[in-house]
Design a protein around this ligand. Structure first.
Ligand code: HEM
Ligand SMILES: *[C@@H]1O[C@H](CO)[C@@H](O)[C@H](O)[C@H]1NC(C)=O
Ligand SMILES: *[C@@H]1O[C@H](CO)[C@@H](O)[C@H](O)[C@H]1NC(C)=O
Ligand SMILES: *[C@@H]1O[C@H](CO)[C@@H](O)[C@H](O)[C@H]1NC(C)=O
Length: 362
């Protein structure tokens, strides 16, 4: 467990080694280093946390089944739930760890992550799926199952239900005691980022280029609002400033179709398009096949195909769905462990949208 902390530790140790070795102009090839857990260049690192898929086997043995029943019913009633939950899970984990901080409602006393600009579109159905799961769980085993665990499990259930892989979800996360309204805009990738930017942002959190590409495959589900890709459609200029009808990396019919769909987006900002135009509700590897054909919706999607560092991975996942599912599952498990809180660093919330000692929202 906690594989995600190892690259960061290795990196800091490697940097330290280079720093020590370089001035002496000694050999540039450092010997292989074994990093004992908890030791990184002498810095204090918290001991590895113990999460386990069996965490609730005594305290709430039906937890997983209850969550699955609730979110499956929700998904049947509203098929956009899966994409919404998956995106909320990503936003939760990338901003201060998988700790349900994204679920805290802002109120008159304190703003939360939900006030961040980037939240403008987090879907209400996703929050509702978690709230309903929590209500059912509180009836069965009150005060036991954390909201962070619910969000992690609900994501896996919905990925599997829409056709994607079933991957392990270790449990035992605590819920956060804070939620920052400014963190999301800094911690989350934006649709206008370059691949460089994406690689460094994911890298800073311990995720490899391969994991970045695999996780981006989540865009096989759901939709994006026109404002997230409108710069590719209207008044487009290439890097030299030359005007074009649209971003030339786009398939022309696709671009022209989107120009029509989005033409009133400034007046009606709710207009959106499917991320995967071919099989929008199915979790499959079509996202990658689309990128090869210029059918990527966001520029961050299509650039995975144009950048030489990510292109081979797009090709691999487009041609081999098993490879995608394997890597996606592993990357999701790793993401689900990112920055989790345990012990006194968190609590088991009674309601997912408020801290136990906080004011209850209306
Ligand atoms: C690689 C960097 C990423 C960027 C720049 C990015 C950006 C975006 C943007 C701009 C949207 C549209 C939001 C809207 O208009 O409502 C979106 C939707 C979505 N994203 Fe990402 N995302 C990234 C990675 C991820 C990851 C890692 C996941 C999950 C593992 C994810 C899951 C989703 C899902 C499922 C949707 C559809 C949401 C819905 O239909 O409600 N994204 N993303
Ligand atoms: C953030 O998203 C949630 C869920 O849709 C919504 O209830 C909340 O009002 C949003 N916050 C802002 C500031 O837009
Ligand atoms: C990306 O878009 C945001 C607004 O959504 C803007 O503030 C930022 O400057 C843009 N960044 C780049 C690199 O264009
Ligand atoms: C597809 O990927 C899987 C998993 O990595 C691998 O076992 C299999 O051999 C690959 N199939 C092909 C046709 O390359």
């Amino acid at each position: 467990m906690y594989h995600h902390e190892i690259p960061a530790m290795r990196l800091s140790l490697l940097l330290l080694l280079l720093f020590l070795v370089a001035p002496a102009a000694a050999q540039l090839v450092a010997p292989p280093v074994v990093v004992p857990p908890g030791v990184a260049g002498g810095a204090q690192v918290p001991p590895p946390t113990k999460l386990s898929p069996d965490f609730y086997s005594q305290s709430c043995p039906r937890a997983e089944r209850i969550i699955a029943e609730v979110v499956q019913a929700k998904q049947m009633a509203n098929p956009t739930t899966a994409a919404g939950v998956l995106r909320v899970f990503f936003h939760d984990c990338f901003v201060s760890g998988c700790d349900a901080s994204v679920l805290i409602a802002s109120n008159q006393f304190a703003k939360s992550e939900q006030d961040a600009e980037i939240n403008h579109s987090l879907p209400g159905d996703a929050f509702d799926a978690v709230v309903r799961s929590k209500l059912a769980l509180e009836l069965e085993c009150p005060g036991v199952v954390s909201c962070a665990d619910i969000l992690s499990l609900a994501s896996r259930v919905l990925v599997t239900m829409t056709g994607g892989p079933r991957y392990p979800v270790p449990l035992g996360r605590k819920d956060s005691l804070s939620s920052s309204p400014t963190a999301p805009d800094v911690e989350l990738p934006h649709s206008n980022y370059t691949v460089d930017h994406l690689i460094s942002m994911f890298g800073a959190k311990g995720f490899t280029v391969q994991e970045l590409v695999a996780l981006s495959g989540a865009h096989t589900l759901g939709f994006s609002h026109c404002q997230e890709f409108a710069t590719r459609l209207y008044n487009f200029r290439d890097k030299g400033g030359k005007p074009e009808d649209f971003d030339p990396t786009m398939n022309p019919s696709y671009a022209k179709g989107l120009q029509v769909v989005c033409k009133d987006y400034l007046k009606d900002p709710t207009i959106a398009a499917f991320n995967d135009i071919i099989t929008p509700g199915k979790f499959d590897n079509m996202y990658f096949v689309n990128l090869e054909r210029g059918l990527g919706l966001l520029s961050t999607d299509e650039e995975l195909w144009t950048d030489p560092r990510t292109k081979p991975l797009v090709q691999l996942y487009a041609s081999n769905s098993t490879a995608f599912f394997d890597d996606f599952g592993r990357a999701m498990e790793k993401l689900s462990l990112y920055g989790v809180k345990t012990g006194a660093d968190g609590e088991i919330r009674r309601r997912c949208d408020t801290y136990n000692n906080g004011p209850v929202p209306k």
